[in-house]
Write a protein that binds this ligand. Structure first.
Ligand code: PMP
Length: 428
């Protein structure tokens, strides 16, 4: 049982301290005892705990929306607050559908997503995600959606193919799928700029997202980027898509927005989408009771102010560079480490039985689960992901330490992970 939080550490009921090396799953970007965020929550709950958005907006929700828009890429211009990542993705899918309906293009109903992806656990978001393990037992309830390959260079780039050519080839699969479905029937494409919960911090090849943006524009298909995990500074940019030089039509964020202090997510959309609905039926036909919850918004506002006032995104770049060097020094030569990838303070290590052939461990060995347990024993929380049964993808762990972690704390985490890795891999 977790009973306390202290900076980058979690404390259990026995008093044992754990370095929070993954922030759950990239949630706790400010660590666990941020006074400014705690004070903002207390002040808001004393002033106004709740007012339904069917009647009111609130000061913290307005201020947070303004601040997000002031820093958002492209022409993202409106914000819709929800309680988490799945709700943000559901909202995005429904907004895309309603946008086309309002413009008289009701035949646009297909959403294209990627095979190696996770967009949430509610049925719409789970339908969009391509994570086979998460989908398996719910498949009969899921909506049919198209899935193209994600940009996963380590496993899928061909011998002798340049990274750029691989990126273009993989992006072109979107055009092929749009043409197969009929361009007039496709409403949107959804992707994570850096794949989180399915692959473990895999950025796209250079030029991939620029080509994706081009293809979406060519066919009037909306581009939805899911930055629920990789957004809010995690990759060393406030929004991960900044590194790709593109902006989406709809952007989903969550985890790092509330930093774990409150459950909050958001969907941002362009003015064109907002105007199509405002000038049409005038009403986005979607909502939940806790939309724009004032206390959650107060937490989100304080988190974003902390990121901006303390220049923590620049700190992510600096600490991220340090972390990458230390990570590679410790693990790159390891005979069972196939790949180390990531950006900022968002890193994945993929383990393989055999490096040259990139052969994954037999999933029955449960390497990722064993790593989670061994790291936990060493006082480190890291997020494990089991390899898939199609034999292409190895077990991996995701590291997403708090932005406030010192170099010494990051070193300590890697030492603990190193001991856990040595112990588990010797045993399998
Ligand atoms: N999208 C992505 C990219 C995610 O990583 C997650 C959560 N891991 C979600 C959506 C769903 O978010 P939540 O668990 O807050 O519903």
């Amino acid at each position: 049982m977790a009973v306390g939080g202290d900076g980058c550490f979690l404390i259990d009921a026995s008093g044992k301290r754990y370095f929070d090396g993954s922030g759950g799953a990239a949630v706790s970007c400010l660590g666990h005892s941020n006074e400014r965020v705690v004070a903002a929550i207390k002040a808001q709950v004393e002033r106004l705990a709740f007012a339904h958005t069917g009647f009111f907006t609130s000061e913290p929700a307005e201020a947070l929306a303004d601040l997000l828009i002031a820093h958002a890429p492209g022409d993202l211009d409106r914000v819709f607050f929800v309680s988490g990542g799945s709700e943000a993705v559901e909202s995005a899918i429904k907004l895309a559908r309603q946008y086309h309906l309002e413009r008289g293009e009701g035949q646009r109903r297909h959403l294209i997503a990627r095979k190696q992806s996770y967009h949430g656990n509610t049925l719409g978001a789970l339908s969009a995600g391509g994570n086979a393990w998460r989908r398996a037992q719910f498949a009969p309830l899921l909506t049919e959606m198209s899935h193209i390959d994600a940009c996963y260079e380590y496993a899928e780039r061909r011998e002798g193919e340049s990274l750029e050519t691989y990126g273009q080839r993989t992006a072109d699969a979107l055009e092929t799928e749009i043409l197969r479905l009929g361009p007039e029937t496709v409403m949107a494409f959804i992707a994570e700029p850096v794949v989180g919960a399915t692959l473990g911090a895999v950025p796209a090849a250079p030029g991939y997202f620029a080509r994706i943006r081009e293809i979406c524009d060519k066919y009037g298909v909306l581009l939805i980027l899911d930055e629920v995990m990789c957004g809010m500074g995690r990759t060393g940019h406030l929004f991960a898509c900044e590194a790709e030089g593109i902006a989406p039509d709809i952007l989903c964020i969550a985890k790092g927005l509330g930093a774990g202090y409150q459950p909050i997510g958001a969907m941002l959309c362009s003015k064109a989408i907002y105007d199509a609905i405002a000038g049409g039926s005038g009403f986005f036909q979607h909502g939940h009771t806790y939309l724009g919850h004032p206390v959650a918004a107060a937490a989100g506002l304080a988190v974003l102010q902390e990121l901006l006032d303390r220049d923590l995104v620049a700190q992510v770049q600096a600490r991220g560079a340090y972390f990458e060097t230390a990570l590679r020094a410790r693990f790159a030569q390891h005979p069972h480490v196939g790949d180390i990838r990531g950006r900022g303070l968002f890193w994945g290590i993929e383990f393989v039985a055999e490096r040259d052939g990139k052969t994954p461990f037999d999933p029955a060995l449960g390497v990722a689960g064993k790593l989670k347990k061994a790291a936990f024993d060493e006082g480190l929380v890291c997020y494990p992901m089991a390899g898939t049964r199609d034999g292409r993808q190895g077990d991996h762990v995701l590291l997403a330490p708090p932005f406030i972690a010192s170099e010494a704390e990051l070193d300590g985490a890697l030492d603990a992970l190193g001991r856990a890795v040595d112990r588990v891999l010797a045993s399998v």
